[in-house]
Design a protein around this ligand. Structure first.
Ligand code: CA
Length: 432
């Protein structure tokens, strides 16, 4: 079923040295937005080893001369959106040309040291920006393990999953204005909370700030208002994936969420990793998702292919201000998601809701079956009932001011890695 192309050939190597454990192998080629320095305007680049390949330099030199990109002018843009809007053909064509130039199959970059100086910029010299102008942001709740854990905590084991959960991907409309790129600090939010034994709510700093280990994807293309997407169309309309930390204020959430779901508890910030890994690069990591026959999913959500998920290792680490290095608190995997990204997209558009290039859909917290694979402090501390030990002797139930949360994720190939880099963010005190 898998449609491997030459860009994901495991034997492919760049003409310069890339460590085997680098996230940014020649098979990866993730797209992002960067400034070569503070003086330069942002443009489109590709992460490769310790470098960023400047696609604007390649575009203005006439390297993208295939049918999908020849007449286009997309890599000098401040956002990935114009490129994403060209659809799958342009993505595939760009990857092929970039792969040829970096492998030396097309020798024009390999043999031109002046072009290399202009087009390959050391990663530590660039400024990475938010890659996509995000239209709408929708957050799902697609991990059965996570939904079961949270449901067990709040409603008991027998009613853990709501009656709809195994029939549709549950989600809510989020807030795109506060989506930030990795490295951007966020402030602890103020909000209204009510203690179980208190008569009245109070307004003050949230005391239960949490992370949520998620992955998000960007829509490329979409559907007209009033029309729907098939599962196959949905596969083709997914541009690529990023790591997502959907920061959450559990005490605000608990008081506000009945009956319309999360609102302010989730809108004070959402962090994403800067590099968008295309579905083409993730093709070798395709794997079968959880069985969806009990109950059988409705026809419009039946997968177009059996291997509808990805085997991607996911990690979360916390580094407090007193800690010398981050401490890993969770190791999970993308494959634990019950509902696939294509199912989320199809369901979202099922009413005729128009999905647009640049929309971001996130998975919901991705928890695995074991206690060390839970993707939030809510689950790791079991609602604050136990403490999570850190390597320097400190412990946490929820996040403390000054904590930096670092998420990583990658697919492990044979001798190479397709990784997302970091999604990191520091929690600052309430802004005075
Ligand atoms: Ca979430």
């Amino acid at each position: 079923m898998s449609s491997f192309d030459s860009t994901t050939d495991p034997s492919l190597r760049a003409f310069f040295d890339i460590p085997a454990d680098s996230d940014f192998s020649i098979q990866n080629l993730p797209f992002g937005i960067f400034r070569p320095s503070q003086r330069h305007a942002p443009r489109v680049g590709v992460a490769i080893g310790h470098f960023v390949l400047d696609l604007y330099v390649l575009e203005t030199s006439g390297f993208f001369d295939g049918p999908a990109l020849r007449e286009q002018d997309v890599f000098g843009d401040r956002w990935l959106n114009p490129f994403m809007d060209l659809g799958k053909a342009a993505r595939v064509e760009a990857r092929k040309k970039i792969s040829e130039l970096l492998s030396g199959k097309d020798e024009r970059l390999k043999n031109d040291s002046d072009l290399q100086k202009r087009a390959l910029i050391p990663m530590d010299q660039v400024v990475l920006e938010l890659p996509v102008q995000i239209g709408d942001y929708t957050d799902f709740y697609s991990s059965r393990e996570h939904a079961t854990n949270v449901g067990t905590m709040f409603r008991g084991k027998d009613n853990a999953l709501q009656p709809n959960w195994l029939h549709l991907p549950v989600g809510y409309h989020g807030r795109s204005s506060s989506v930030v790129v990795s490295g951007t600090p966020l402030h602890r939010p103020m909000g209204q909370t009510k203690a179980d034994d208190a008569e009245n709510p109070v307004f003050g700093p949230s005391r239960l700030v949490d992370f949520e280990l998620e992955m998000g994807f960007f829509v490329s293309g979409g559907n007209e208002l009033g029309s729907r997407l098939s599962m196959q169309e949905a596969e083709d309309n997914i541009f690529g994936l990023v790591l997502v930390n959907d920061w959450s204020a559990r005490d605000i959430q608990k008081w506000e969420y009945v009956p319309l779901g999360p609102f302010l508890a989730k809108n004070f910030g959402t962090s994403i990793s800067p590099w968008v890994i295309t579905t083409e690069a993730l093709e070798p990591f395709r794997t079968k998702g959880p069985v969806q026959t009990d109950p059988e999913v409705l026809d419009y959500l039946k997968p177009a292919r059996p291997d509808q998920t990805y085997d991607l290792r996911l990690e979360v680490a916390i580094q407090g201000e007193e800690m010398e290095k981050p401490h890993t608190v969770c190791v999970s995997n993308f494959k634990y998601l019950y509902w696939s990204m294509a199912q989320q997209l199809v369901h979202h558009a099922a009413t005729g809701c128009n999905m647009r290039t640049g929309d971001m859909l996130a998975s919901g917290t991705i928890s695995g079956p074991t206690e060390d694979s839970y993707g939030s402090m809510l689950e790791l501390s079991w609602r604050g009932a136990k403490s999570v030990p850190l390597s320097n002797g400190e412990e946490r139930k929820f996040l403390k001011d000054g904590d930096t949360v670092i998420m990583r994720g990658w697919g492990q190939g044979d001798g190479y890695r397709v990784g997302f880099g970091e999604c990191a963010g520091k929690l600052l005190p309430v802004k005075s």
